[in-house]
Design a protein around this ligand. Structure first.
Ligand code: PEP
Length: 249
């Protein structure tokens, strides 16, 4: 059975003190769903977050990493460095990384390979721009993003890959894809996986939806058969809202 996953992407928010406070609030929340819970603090707070969630069902994950093991890449962090802290999962391909740091399908394919070589799990993000949807090209764009960055992999690699469909027009805008739009795209993504890797692989991969998921819309979105969870930005910064979403399953 596919896993339900709710992951909070904190982005460039929260210094050390705020990280401590938010984590202690998260630990006080009651979880009533079966979802795997993840949080992605900034690099500087990963170790603290990792240490302080050790006894809890919260996995601390990274927001990004470089594709090289080491070397002259000022300001970058490698998979090995993340692993040395105990971090086992990394978000790759977030639309903000693609838009502001020129991440391309090609550079993401290299990051994917580096993460897998280091036995890390990947939350791989992709999604169309508003102009793509307006022109009816959303499926082509999404298919290309997945194919270019992931379809050189063997089927067995997909046990370490979680997909996160995040339409760019819905991220941080307050505008959400309707539950039907999310379901249609998730079903298309699963069909694309099935065409290339077969049904067993397609059925085993969790596909998360991201884009203005809030406590008041999570239940409906998560009720769709191909939506296996959410990647949550803004609402992950408030413990009660985040757990209302976690418990929406
Ligand atoms: C995100 O950045 O991945 C995201 C989904 O953000 P928000 O929930 O704020 O739209």
């Amino acid at each position: 059975m596919r896993k339900h996953i709710v992951a909070g992407n904190w982005k460039m928010n929260n210094g050390l003190i705020q990280t401590e406070t938010l984590i202690s609030e998260l630990k006080q929340q009651e979880q009533t769903s079966d979802a795997e819970v993840m949080i992605a603090p900034s690099f500087t707070n990963l170790w603290h977050a990792f240490e302080s969630t050790r006894q809890h069902d919260i996995e601390v994950v990274a927001q990004n990493m470089h594709f090289s093991d080491k070397g002259a890449y000022t300001g970058e962090v490698s998979a090995g460095m993340l692993k040395s802290l105990g971090i086992k999962t990394v978000i790759l391909g977030h639309s903000e990384r693609r838009a502001y740091y020129n991440e391309t399908d090609e550079s993401l394919a290299k990051k994917v390979d580096a993460a897998l070589q280091n036995n890390m799990r990947i939350i791989f993000c992709f999604g169309e721009e508003l102009s793509d949807r307006k022109s009816g090209n959303e499926e082509t764009v999404v298919e290309n993003q997945i194919k270019n960055a992931l379809f050189h992999l063997e089927a067995s690699a997909f046990k370490n890959i979680v997909l996160a469909y995040e339409p760019v027009w819905a991220i941080g805008t307050g505008e959400t894809a309707s539950p039907e739009q999310a379901q249609d795209m998730h079903a298309f993504i699963r069909k694309t996986l099935a065409n290339n890797y077969g049904n067993d692989t397609a059925e085993s991969v969790s596909i998360l939806y991201g884009g203005s998921v809030k406590p008041n819309n999570a239940k409906e979105i998560f009720s769709k058969p191909d939506v296996d969870g959410g990647l949550i930005g803004g609402a992950s910064l408030k413990a009660e809202d985040f757990y209302a979403i976690v418990n929406a399953f």
